[in-house]
Design a protein around this ligand. Structure first.
Ligand SMILES: *[C@@H]1O[C@H](CO)[C@@H](O)[C@H](O)[C@H]1NC(C)=O
Ligand SMILES: *[C@@H]1O[C@H](CO)[C@@H](O)[C@H](O)[C@H]1NC(C)=O
Length: 393
């Protein structure tokens, strides 16, 4: 248990990871062809910058968005979201190199994470152009906002790795790509980071920690206790209570983690992690069955106990395998620093090593017991029957 406590502490540190650093780089950025903007802003993620001038009398916004695409042949995008925050619903200007290598700007009404199709957008584009220099792309545009007098907008920006036959490909889903949104006061010149970005990352980290600790660590330890500790007659019935305490608390933490996952899923309008979600729901159902298994457990010598054992162990091992798969799926979604994934792999390897060692010891003990008492009908190594019985005199 000490190792899992250390890991909990380490994982808790993860929550406090993201701290944006800011310095006004944009003020030193200059433009050719006499472009001058009233305001500029170093955007809080993806090394992006926005320069703009807004005239509220005719709702005209003239802007320059500067960013580096994820790869040299990628794209950069700046968008206003008139209905919501985040990417879905946003009205985007996307710049990339066309098939001839010339920079082009196109508009997109982004309704989902599906492949993009060029379309009209919520605002009118008076003029737009783009350039690339030293790997850095710049979008220039003059747009007219349809809502007069509204001077604060939700904006979103993004960078992508590639463009396939004129269609910008999906961007990555790193925290920087998901936090690249905010609210922009066109008249005061302030861009405030979107408030839900940070708290969502925090929620995801809490979801990750609860589930790694319960499904990914405590359940496997509980199974090891049940399978191996009871081989030692002196550990009976202590192993049983240890197993129950471990699995019931794992279940409690796991249900909390599962709930945070459902909430995250319901709040995420565009992105769906179907596999992770379905395994999560299956895990919750199977673990709940295990709680019923505890309540419906027949006595040791009851004739149904044999079937109950098959049922309980079958579900237990299924939960074990699915939990570990889902922890890795979750790690791939959350993408914490590599060391967290490494730490979990090491922990699972250590638990696996301990299980192998105990498996060997169990075999030795059971085989010895069998040679002393060779007339028993089944020794039960596979169904766990025999090991519960006291050593033959
Ligand atoms: C909006 O008004 C400004 C200042 O009066 C002017 O310079 C600009 O050309 C106007 N833009 C449009 C699209 O009418
Ligand atoms: C963008 O697409 C949505 C969904 O198809 C539609 O309701 C909306 O009117 C579109 N917006 C514009 C500006 O075309």
């Amino acid at each position: 248990m000490a190792s899992s406590l250390t890991l909990v502490t380490l994982l808790l540190l993860m929550v406090s990871l993201i701290s944006p650093s800011q310095s006004a780089t944009c003020q030193s950025q200059t433009f050719t062809s006499n472009r001058l903007y009233t305001f500029c802003n170093d955007l809080p993620s993806l090394n992006s910058y926005l320069h703009w001038t807004y005239d509220p009398a005719n709702s005209t916004l003239s802007l320059s968005f500067i960013a580096t695409p994820a790869r040299p042949n990628g794209w950069i995008a700046w968008a206003i979201n008139p209905t919501s925050t985040g990417m879905v619903g946003s009205q985007a200007l996307i710049a990339f190199q066309d098939s001839k290598g010339a920079m082009t700007v196109k508009t997109y009404n982004i309704t989902s994470y599906n492949p993009l199709t060029e379309s009209k957008v919520w605002y009118e584009v008076k003029e737009s152009s783009a350039e690339i220099s030293g790997g850095v792309m710049r979008i220039f545009a003059t747009i007219v906002l349809p809502e007069k007098g509204k001077s604060t907008v939700n904006h979103v920006w993004q960078v992508g790795p590639s463009v396939t036959t004129g269609v910008p490909d999906k961007h990555e889903f790193q925290p920087a790509n998901l936090n690249s949104k905010g609210s922009l006061d066109l008249l005061k010149g302030q861009s405030t980071a979107s408030t839900d970005g940070g708290s969502r990352t925090k929620k995801k980290n809490i979801h990750g920690i609860l589930n790694v600790v319960s499904w990914g660590i405590m359940f496997p330890i509980g199974i090891i206790i049940a399978r191996y500790v009871r081989t030692f007659p002196s550990a009976d019935p202590a192993w049983f209570y240890l197993h129950i305490i471990c699995q019931v608390s794992a279940y409690a933490i796991g249900v909390a983690g599962w709930g945070t996952g459902l909430k995250l899923g319901s709040e995420s309008k565009g992105v769906r992690y179907t596999g992770h979600r379905n395994i999560g729901i299956a895990l919750f159902s199977l673990a709940t069955l295990q709680i019923f298994a505890l309540l419906l457990r027949p006595k040791k010598d009851h004739k149904f106990r044999f079937y109950w054992n098959i049922y309980h162990h079958g579900i237990g091992y299924t939960v074990l395998v699915l939990s570990i798969i889902n922890v890795f799926k979750g790690l791939d979604i959350l993408k914490p620093e590599q060391k967290w994934k490494d730490a979990y792999i090491i922990l699972i390897a250590v638990l696996g090593g301990i299980a192998l060692l105990l498996e060997a010891i169990t075999w030795i003990i059971v085989l010895r017991r069998k040679s002393r008492k060779s007339t028993k009908p089944y020794d039960g190594l596979n169904n766990g029957h025999g090991r519960q019985e006291p050593l033959a005199p």
